[in-house]
Design a protein around this ligand. Sequence first.
Ligand SMILES: NC(=O)c1ccc[n+]([C@@H]2O[C@H](COP(=O)([O-])OP(=O)(O)OC[C@H]3O[C@@H](n4cnc5c(N)ncnc54)[C@H](O)[C@@H]3O)[C@@H](O)[C@H]2O)c1
Length: 362
Amino acid sequence: MSVDEPSGADRPDTASVTARQKQMVERSLREWRGDLDGRVVVVTGGARGIGRSLCEGLIRAGARVVAADRTWDGAEDFRKQLDAEQGLAVEVDITDDAQLDAAYEAVTDRFGTVDVLVNNAALVSETLFAPTGHRNTLDTTDQDWEAMFGVNVFGTLKVIRRFIKPMQEKKRGSIINVVSSGVLPVAAGGGYHGLRPWTVEMPYQATKAAVTALTFYLAEEVRGDGVAVNAIMPGHTRASWFDTTARAFNDMGVVYFMRPAISEHLLPITLFLSAQDARGAAGRLYYVPEWNYDHGFGDYAAWLDHELPADMEEMYRRLEAAMPTYERSGVPHLPFDAQGALYTAALADLGSQENWAGGSNQ
Ligand SMILES: NC(=O)c1ccc[n+]([C@@H]2O[C@H](COP(=O)([O-])OP(=O)(O)OC[C@H]3O[C@@H](n4cnc5c(N)ncnc54)[C@H](O)[C@@H]3O)[C@@H](O)[C@H]2O)c1
């Protein structure tokens, strides 16, 4: 079989994959039906990407949703939709104290309280170092680090300081911090090493590591107030920057890591964490694809996006056709390093490995 021409048999039936994804979304909405009715959920970075998708799901789950974002450019339709659906769109830069005070006032004026906060807003590498998202650490400037820590760490903390107040007063609430699997250490032989330190992601991963540590420590400090603080790691997900980055890699002759998941794969765990408080899970760090698998919401492959634009479909089909078959009895889905090994093998087969400066997979 030519690597350029994957056989029809190897291609998934995209209509049935998409139908199954829709079924899993509907099932999650059924599973938490009623639990979020009328709850006020604030999602930062809610105008686009993962944040928008979470807002749409939370609205369908019956929550009153506040989508807060630095800019609504290109998202005016969603802004109108939020107004029409009893939600609230707020324009706020989370690094700005005065704007945050005004946003907090707007939310409490409108809804009187806050039940859930999803800290999703972030400056990602692909935006700071557009379009590839890659810059070697020694080539980054202090300003790069200040900009990323300003949004991802200090901005997140500024948001928490304000929006946690009504939760503490009510002795009930949930905070969900969106981090990244790139922060994970792995133990081997008495030493710890990074899960995938070759992906060239400073200072982004340093900020996500800081938010992960904040999650663990803050969770214990506010557990007694009834507020749960947890973190989630999405995995490789098609967000607002994705197509531009993937195409930039394609132009360099490199396939941009593997086919991404659709943003909806984050909905079940977000509903679960939003519906509970510190009497449930608190101080935990969840990897979303594993959580989905363990809770009957499919493995990672079940959420992959098979409705990409034609040029990107062609790129990922080429990669998938070149990937070695991986089968190990008793392992129903691929651990991260096995995926990485397959990807590297496929790139080598495609002859494009030498163009690769380290694949980013936030
Ligand atoms: N997409 C992935 O593969 C992936 C993987 C791991 C983690 N994440 C995390 O998921 C979250 C969402 O990212 P995404 O991939 O959807 O990216 P995205 O760029 O599509 O969305 C990020 C949103 O945050 C907003 N934002 C940025 N700076 C802001 C500021 N100062 N104030 C207010 N809003 C601001 C942006 O305008 C944008 O709407 C981030 O925390 C990111 O680190 C994403």
